[in-house]
Design a protein around this ligand. Structure first.
Ligand code: NDP
Ligand code: GDR
Length: 365
């Protein structure tokens, strides 16, 4: 039987790298879309690119952009995917307040472009489509949140993703496309972008221990999130697409922690106990042993509208997909700190999905 063919947008991101790795192991041919960039943007997938050259691993990257319909039509036509995973997005909530129009273009209209490309090419009955929806859709709605919870988005990012969610549902109902939404709660890993709070914390912990940084500036310490590990979540994404009936699923751990708890645990991993002084802007996290200030709450990192509390109810995915997260919150924090400590000791190195240290990519374009 011919190998299934996946097309992944956002393949150079955290989830894209883990998903590509998983699909290759399952025997897929994997095509990814990457954006043109003035600097290297493929470090997370460089090991797979290298293996493509050396061992013929069926992993291929193509230039394209969710804001460019023509590139999407052309790529889908030439790749002839059996499954499309739309992970590409301007995915930073805070940045979406500064670039709301671009965020809507990539995150909302981008999905429409992909779905229309599927129709234009007449493959709506043969391709399966996955949309990276998000717990940010729930925004201000109190937890626990499930597939039937009301959406109340609280950022331009979340509003763009709301359009994306509904256009997927609409194209499923209108044209019979096997299109599904995965409503994923926060998931992290050593490959997490450096400006999301978890990675910002674990990188800072490593840099502080290694004497390269004094303090970590953060925003709202009391926001609560349901944090899982990206490696578990890409398995759930794949199961959503394999499900006979296209549908929408929450993937979450069912456990929430505050940013403050994440900070305390990450510092504890390196033997530092944090105590807190003050409240709100200017609050400080202090090393109990040395009395040094290690964390400072800074107004710059507060959002115009915040999402206070996300806690997912993943029982539908458990029941219908037999999916459950495996990696605990404590294991996640430990792995992220360990990898950042290791990376801090080397220069010019990054990690791939298997957590191995790799050298920076060579010129390829
Ligand atoms: P990342 O920010 O790590 O990756 C985003 C990817 O999208 C990158 O490959 C990026 O390219 C690409 N991208 C950005 N803009 C465009 C564009 N205009 N055209 C094509 N590609 C583009 O995100 P994650 O891997 O963490 O998340 C994957 C998806 O899942 C996103 O859609 C995100 O919104 C969603 N999501 C994430 C959750 C999480 O906790 N991680 C939870 C719920 C949903 P480049 O590398 O060049 O920047
Ligand atoms: P989030 O992730 O907004 O949930 O979106 P992020 O890690 O950016 O923020 C989580 C919470 O931490 C608070 N916070 C800070 N956040 C950042 N980035 N930097 C800080 O210094 C800081 N201090 C406190 C935030 O206010 C927030 O409450 C992520 C993204 O991956 C989205 O694409 C995805 O859809 C959702 O998760 C689910």
């Amino acid at each position: 039987m011919a190998s299934p063919i996946a097309l992944i947008t956002g393949v150079t991101g955290q989830d894209g790298a883990y998903l590509a790795d998983l699909l290759l192991k399952k025997g897929y041919v994997v095509h990814g879309i990457k954006r043109r960039s003035s600097s290297f943007n493929t470090p997370r997938v460089d090991d797979m690119l290298e293996r493509q050259v050396k061992e013929g691993l069926p992993f291929y990257l193509h230039h394209g952009d969710l804001t460019d319909s023509m590139s999407l039509v052309r790529l889908i036509q030439s790749v002839q995917p059996t499954e499309i995973y739309n992970l590409g997005a301007q995915s930073h909530v805070m940045v979406s307040f500064e670039t709301p129009e671009y965020t809507a273009n990539a995150d909302a209209t981008g999905v429409l472009r992909l779905l229309e490309a599927v129709r234009i090419l007449g493959i709506e009955r043969s391709v399966r489509f996955y949309q990276a929806s998000t717990s940010e859709l729930y925004g201000a709605t109190p937890p626990p949140q499930s597939e039937t919870t009301t959406f109340h988005p609280r950022s331009p990012y979340a509003v763009a993703k709301l359009y994306a969610y509904w256009i997927v549902v609409n194209y499923r109902e209108a044209y019979g496309i096997h299109a599904s939404n995965g409503i994923l709660f926060n998931h992290e890993s050593p490959l997490r972008g450096e400006t999301f709070v978890t990675r910002k914390i674990t990188r800072a912990v490593a840099a502080i221990v290694q004497g390269k940084q004094q303090e970590l500036l953060l925003g709202n310490l009391d926001a609560r999130r349901d944090w899982g590990h990206a490696a578990d979540y890409v398995e759930g994404i794949w199961r959503i697409v394999q499900h006979d009936v296209p549908d929408d699923f929450v993937l979450a751990t069912g456990e929430a922690h505050s940013v403050r708890e994440f900070v305390e645990l990450a510092f504890r991993e390196v033997g530092i106990d944090i105590s807190w002084e003050g409240q709100g802007i200017g609050e400080r996290g202090i090393d109990r042993k040395t009395g040094q200030t290690r964390i400072r709450v800074d107004a710059r990192y507060f959002r115009p509208t915040e999402v206070d509390f996300l806690l997912g109810d993943p029982s539908k995915a458990r029941r219908l997909l037999d999916w459950k997260h495996r990696i605990s919150f404590q294991e996640l924090v430990r792995e992220m700190v360990e990898v950042d400590l290791a990376l801090g000791k080397t220069s010019h190195s990054v990690v791939g999905p298997k957590g191995v240290t790799l050298r920076l990519s060579e010129v390829r374009d």
